[in-house]
Design a protein around this ligand. Structure first.
Ligand code: ZN
Length: 130
């Protein structure tokens, strides 16, 4: 079964912690893997530090330094920086689920990375028993 999470983002660039939403969505699924997949070309999924919020701010800043908004890109929508950032981060994560909980490290959280917001985003979840 495939589930969906819908997120309304507020800013052009932001990282939104979706850990609790994912755990809520897989309630009743106890052990196995869950794939968390962004169905968008300008929004990615990553796992990183969720305790010190300056870490996600640093990642966003460094990505924007590496891939600035630049009107010399060929893509005409003006959001090539967002497309490139998604390819750098990736559209999905696969996480281990044990006893209904995501097996994340102490400081790890799961994030939706918005690079071309604000938009309505749809994240797919596919749980696989094992
Ligand atoms: Zn585009």
């Amino acid at each position: 079964m495939i589930k969906e999470i819908h997120i309304e983002t507020k800013y052009r660039n932001e990282f939104i912690d979706i850990t609790d939403k994912v755990e809520e969505s897989i309630k009743g699924f106890n052990n196995g893997l869950v794939v968390v997949f962004s169905q968008h070309t300008t929004a990615a999924i990553t796992v990183n530090e969720g305790s010190d919020l300056s870490v996600k701010a640093d990642i966003r800043k460094k990505l924007s330094d590496l891939v600035p908004v630049d009107n010399r890109f060929k893509h005409s929508e003006g959001n090539s920086d967002a497309h490139i950032k998604v390819s750098l981060i990736g559209p999905s994560e696969t996480l281990i689920v044990k006893n209904g909980k995501l097996m994340l490290g102490t400081w790890q959280r799961l994030f939706l990375c918005e690079f071309d917001g604000p938009r309505n985003r749809k994240i797919l979840l596919k749980a696989v028993k094992g």
